[in-house]
Design a binder for this molecule. Structure first.
Ligand code: UDP
Length: 331
């Protein structure tokens, strides 16, 4: 299938592009490269440096490439940044996203797989979190993902544009080929920060909050391998192509690990202690986030292959130790 992948030079998007190629699909990537990396896109796949705000350029891609489906990863994804600059999130994730949807309608493209987030739920009332859990996002980032999901429902009703929204929990790890992995600037995520500390690129890991109501006082999250996220996207595409109706699915392993536990796993994987310091809680961080991904397992036939946290951290370490500076300077 010919697939337009927005944000395909980013962390999750690039892993999906590699898997689309391996599965015999024909992806074309558009990315404004503000945070993505051209080097993450496989050679042989067209990468067009386009911003979704550029209506003419976008329309031109639809006309030239004639995609049969869109996978939509482009957008801003930092909770903290969204608290300080909500306008960025409403502009990039909603206004630009709306432009993409309008373009799809205009060019009669009726299938989208959307990169959503567990941030749509906010502070959980119960775990594991199912798709029916109340949605009460605590940040403009989470709100932007939830509102976009609502727009998708409306576009299905009005124009028959069917979509699958995939609500990721904590994406982690790197491609087994060792060629692509996680490289954010600024880096805010736990596992890369721990591994950069192990590499001596940071002095210490700040543990944000040690007084949460959890066994060891640190936050619990559900880490899911980026290749497992990727396989869910390919299944979602197949689901829509087979005539499936619009759906939302959680993607997580259903197992929670505390910051302290992740640190211990990482120390075992890298073979040395990692310096830490206690720090204040990070605003907006819920104590526990753990997914129920039963619906994706039942409906999409999703079978995550990295269910062992040691393997997830090993896979991330394999990338970081071989790419201590990520993709290196921007090209
Ligand atoms: N965390 C931490 N120190 C860091 C980065 C993250 O203690 O330098 C904690 C954070 O408070 C959260 C967990 O690690 O409880 C996972 O954070 P991350 O930013 O990786 O993902 P999030 O859950 O925010 O999407």
């Amino acid at each position: 299938m010919r697939i337009l992948v927005t944000g395909g030079a980013g962390y999750v998007g690039s892993h999906v592009v590699w898997d689309l190629v391996a599965a015999g699909h024909e992806p074309v990537v558009i990315d404004n490269l503000s945070r993505g990396h051209a080097q993450a896109v496989p050679s042989g796949v067209s990468l067009l440096q386009i911003d979704l705000a550029d209506k003419e350029a976008l329309s031109d891609v639809f006309e030239r490439f004639r995609p049969q489906a869109v996978m939509h990863f482009a957008g801003s994804s930092l909770v903290g940044e969204s608290m300080k600059h909500p306008e960025l999130y409403f502009r990039n994730n909603l206004s630009n996203g709306l432009q993409l949807l309008a373009c799809m309608v205009e060019h009669k493209v009726d299938k989208m797989v959307f990169s959503s987030s567990a941030a749509v739920y906010g502070e959980p009332e119960e775990v594991p979190i199912t798709e029916e859990h109340p949605k009460a996002p605590t940040s403009p980032y989470g709100e932007s993902k939830l509102f976009f999901e609502s727009m998708l429902r409306r576009f299905d009703y009005a124009y028959g544009l069917r979509s699958v929204s995939l609500r990721y929990f904590n994406a982690a790890g790197a491609h087994p080929s060792g060629r692509i992995g996680e490289d954010h600037t600024p880096e805010t995520h736990l596992i890369p920060i721990i591994l950069q500390t192990a590499l001596g690129k940071r002095e210490e890991l700040s543990i944000f909050g040690t007084d949460y109501p959890t066994e060891d006082g640190t936050c619990i999250r559900d880490y899911v391998h980026v290749c497992d996220l990727s396989s869910a996207h390919i299944l979602a595409l197949q689901f829509l192509d087979d005539g499936g109706r619009s759906e939302v699915f959680n993607l997580g392993n259903g197992q929670g690990f505390s910051v302290q536990q992740i640190l211990s796993v990482a120390e075992k994987v890298v073979g040395k202690p990692i310096p830490t310091r206690r720090a204040e809680r990070r605003p907006g961080d819920p104590a526990v986030l753990v997914a129920s991904a039963q619906k994706a397992i039942d409906v999409l036939g999703w079978r995550p292959s990295f269910t062992d946290i040691d393997r997830i951290v090993e896979s991330a370490w394999n990338w970081h130790k071989n790419h201590p500076d990520g993709y290196g300077p921007r090209q």
